[in-house]
Write a protein of this length. Structure first.
Length: 112
């Protein structure tokens, strides 16, 4: 998977445009991706990611970085063998595209 472009509320992945939050897996994109508390990421929001067991989860916290990613969540994912990188979505996109060849999943909030 490759992210062609990102701007507030819109992302293009492998030529396809999405306007809702996304989970990007090596072979598929899940959109819309909903969280129980929109701006607070919780383990239960990542059930599908956890089943995938990626080496790295890249979290896009939104255009302005308003989505919270608690340290406890990052620690719990780390104990499962998944490293977490959490950045504003613009930075997360750049990081995701640089991880070619690794088992990486992205969870991207497109607005806020």
């Amino acid at each position: 998977m490759y992210i062609d472009s990102y701007s507030f509320g819109k992302i293009v992945i492998n030529g396809k445009t999405y306007t809702s939050d996304v989970l990007i897996f090596p072979e598929r994109v899940v959109s819309p991706w909903w969280r129980r508390q929109g701006h607070l990421l919780q383990m239960k929001d990542l059930a599908e990611v956890i089943r995938e067991r990626p080496e790295v989860l890249i979290v896009g916290k939104g255009f302005s970085g308003l989505m919270k990613v608690p340290q406890g969540l990052m620690d719990e994912l780390g104990s499962l063998g998944t490293g977490v990188i959490a950045e504003k979505t613009t930075g997360a996109v750049t990081i995701f595209n640089s991880y070619r060849g690794k088992h990486v999943v992205a969870a991207l909030h497109l607005t806020c």
